[in-house]
Design a protein around this ligand. Structure first.
Ligand code: C2E
Ligand code: CA
Ligand code: CA
Length: 242
């Protein structure tokens, strides 16, 4: 709690680009800049916070900061969006929609500029209730994204019912694989499938120019990965956008 209050936990922002490589938005990813332990990636603290329930405080802090940034961009970058992560635990511990609506109101932002990232794991329990929450997000003009698509056990089954605007294709499909040709065919057809469903596709973990070119050929429209940039502090992202 002290770490949150003292602003040790901050969002880094990873650019999301279009087919021209132009920055259209960014994903907010938590970093803990600890006074004695130094810089920490979420892998080393998010699981602990998910276990002890403090994740909801961390996430509210990140959601609010994202809204604050969008508020400060209203004059300079009115079209850029920020995506925030929702942990499965958040749905248990708080009213995610009311919280985010309140932050959006506090900074008077356009809800279209805030994207809500949800994994299928979040939808595993109380599925109908959570589908309804996502539907309500969309009714309030927020954009809903299905994160890590293809990495879980029932991605297709979830996609069947989940109200989403963007499909984020998991980076496992681009990473080292025994049979890369086979993985590529799956990605190509997932992009076609989302297109057919009227859902935008975003590929995560783009690390090379070859991957970027191939994904464009396949019809993907949004891209995120180290080839464009790693997650960076706000000032650096603003520099890149300019
Ligand atoms: P995620 O939501 O799937 O976020 C993408 C992760 O992939 C980030 O790791 C990002 O730095 C990394 N990444 C991006 N591009 C590339 C690439 O080209 N290659 C490779 N190898 N990796 C890439 P990060 O920041 O360490 O976050 C890990 C996970 O922690 C996130 O996965 C998300 O599930 C969770 N997380 C991060 N921030 C938050 C947060 O504020 N709240 C919650 N609830 N979870 C968070
Ligand atoms: Ca995410
Ligand atoms: Ca992801």
């Amino acid at each position: 709690r002290d770490a949150i209050r003292e602003n040790q936990i901050v969002p880094y922002l990873q650019p999301i680009v279009d087919t021209d490589g132009k920055i259209v938005g960014a994903e907010a990813l938590a970093r803990w800049i600890h006074p004695t332990q130094g810089f920490m990636n979420p892998g080393s603290f998010i699981p602990m916070f998910e276990e002890n329930g403090l994740i909801v405080d961390v996430d509210k802090h990140i959601w609010r900061t994202a809204c604050k940034i969008l508020g400060s961009w209203k004059a300079t970058h009115p079209d850029k969006f920020i995506s925030v992560n929702i942990s499965p635990k958040d749905f248990f511990l708080t009213d995610v929609l009311s919280d985010i609506k309140a932050f959006a109101k506090e900074f008077d932002i356009n809800p279209q500029n805030l994207r809500i990232e949800v994994t299928e794991t979040s939808m595993m329990s109380n599925t109908d209730g959570r589908m309804k929450i996502l539907e309500d997000f969309r009714k309030n003009d927020f954009i809903v994204e299905m994160d890590d698509f293809g990495s879980g056990y029932s991605s297709l089954n979830m996609l069947k019912d989940m109200p989403v605007d963007v499909l984020k294709i998991d980076m496992k499909f681009l990473g080292k694989t025994e049979d890369q040709e086979r993985a590529n065919k799956i990605v190509k057809n997932v992009i076609r499938l989302s297109d057919d469903l009227g859902i935008l596709s975003l590929t995560e973990g783009v690390e090379t120019e070859e991957q970027f070119e191939m994904l464009k050929q396949m019809g993907c429209t949004l891209f995120q990965g180290f080839y464009f940039s790693k997650p960076v502090p706000l000032k650096d992202l603003e520099g890149m956008i300019s």
